[in-house]
Design a protein around this ligand. Structure first.
Ligand SMILES: Cc1ncc(C[n+]2csc(CCOP(=O)(O)OP(=O)(O)O)c2C)c(N)n1
Ligand SMILES: [K+]
Length: 380
């Protein structure tokens, strides 16, 4: 009689290419990244940083109702996006706007969604940061955690039936793996042999819940094996490692028609969102260390600068340009009128159900009674 041990003698290794100081680790195997691609990746990481900083401040000024940054997870966002082709379908959680940025979503399109104006594709019906874009193969962010995983298994199965040269990439956090949908999604994809890359951003925290209170396993990658899914753990703050791992995962998913699980180790440097103060549950020293020494954008910059592809002047120009573009996008989005009130109720159900009809009557009455409390520019 032999029980399988609940623990492993050794933790799963973590795939790395660049060390903490941006030097190539001798002997590491990785996909070459040429100058053009490297500079595009770096510029987009910086754009994500700046977009996050300015939108976050706009929320603090009361101009936006909500915001959430990807600070510390720029390499996972951009390097994974760079490893895909535009035909690959993305099912995001909410901390991956960099994937959309990489695919060409403009700063104006981001700002329009955040302000919920009439140019927003969601017609202002979603909270800020719930981006989505049909033409860029990016499903709309949905707040209920982990619903995107079983959906991804299904979307990938449809690619399989259509014999497409593409896969699905589905993003989620460590906390999301505690939902039943995580297990349903992995098992479904394994059994149905769906070409999907499950990309877990293991950033240590699910709002105030640390991973130590989330699971007793050696992280997430090990769980793939239990479902019969090939898996890897990768340093999520190492853009070259993320790029290579996702390229390989995508290739295997499509060629071998199978799911792959990637666990990217990182840290959520920002507060969970603008509704959170993370210094209430974690120490400031830890946050600062990840913001500075372990910063994925700085690490990648050291590598491109050592290759003589980048200098301080390039940096100043890039940052100045992007800052200007973000501010202009905010100013333009603020001026665009809100969608008409009818859009709040139509366009979801074929026939508007009774409870929604009642809600519509209620809000119209309320606006009539308290006209000063509602913006006069909302067309009814
Ligand atoms: C089903 C469900 N339960 C709880 C929440 C509330 N909630 C929103 S974000 C979050 C933390 C998720 O953490 P994780 O998946 O690790 O992603 P991260 O925010 O760290 O990127 C929680 C609990 C929710 N949105 N949906
Ligand atoms: K979801």
């Amino acid at each position: 009689m032999k029980f399988i041990s609940e623990s492993f003698e050794k933790r799963l290794p973590c795939y790395r290419v660049l060390d903490a100081d941006g030097y190539l680790i001798p002997g590491s195997i990785f996909e070459q990244v040429k100058k053009g691609l490297a500079l595009n990746m770096y510029s987009t990481m910086v754009a994500l940083q700046i977009m996050d900083t300015i939108f976050y401040e706009a929320q603090r000024q009361g101009r936006l109702s909500f915001y959430l940054t990807s600070t510390g997870e720029e390499a996972i966002n951009i390097a994974s996006a760079a490893a895909l082709t535009p035909d690959d379908i993305v099912l995001p959680q909410y901390r991956e706007p960099g994937v959309l940025l990489w695919r060409g979503f403009t700063l104006q399109e981001f700002a329009d969604q955040l302000f919920g104006n009439k140019d927003d594709y969601g017609k202002g019906r979603q909270m800020p940061i719930h981006y989505g874009c049909n033409k860029l193969n990016y499903f709309t962010v949905s707040s209920p955690l982990t619903t995107q995983l079983p959906q991804a298994a299904g979307v990938a199965y449809s690619l399989k039936m259509d014999k497409k040269e593409a896969c699905v990439v589905v993003y989620f956090g460590d906390g999301s793996t505690s939902e039943g949908d995580f297990h349903a999604g992995l098992n479904f994809a394994a059994v149905m042999e769906s070409p999907v890359v499950f990309l877990c951003r293991n950033n240590g925290w699910a709002i105030s819940t640390p991973v130590t209170e989330q699971f007793r396993s050696d992280g997430i990658a090990i769980k793939g094996q239990a479902y019969g899914i090939r898996s890897i753990r990768v340093d999520g703050n190492d853009a070259l490692a993320v790029y290579s791992a996702i390229r390989a995962a995508r290739q295997m998913a499509i060629k071998e028609q199978r799911p792959i699980l990637v666990e990217a180790m990182t840290y959520r440097v920002s507060h969970h969102s603008t509704s959170d103060d993370s210094t209430k549950y974690r120490c400031v020293k830890e946050i600062e260390q990840w913001r500075t020494e372990k910063n994925p954008v700085t690490r990648f910059r050291k590598w491109i600068q050592r290759n003589d592809w980048w200098d301080d002047q390039n940096e100043t120009e890039l940052r100045g340009n992007i800052r200007k573009q973000v501010v202009e996008a905010i100013q333009a989005a603020e001026k665009v009128e809100k969608p008409p009130l009818t859009d709040l109720f139509g366009d979801v159900y074929d026939k508007i159900p009774l409870n929604l009809q009642e809600q519509e009557r209620f809000i119209r009455d309320t606006i009539k009674r308290y006209p000063k409390e509602y913006p006069s520019d909302v067309p009814v």
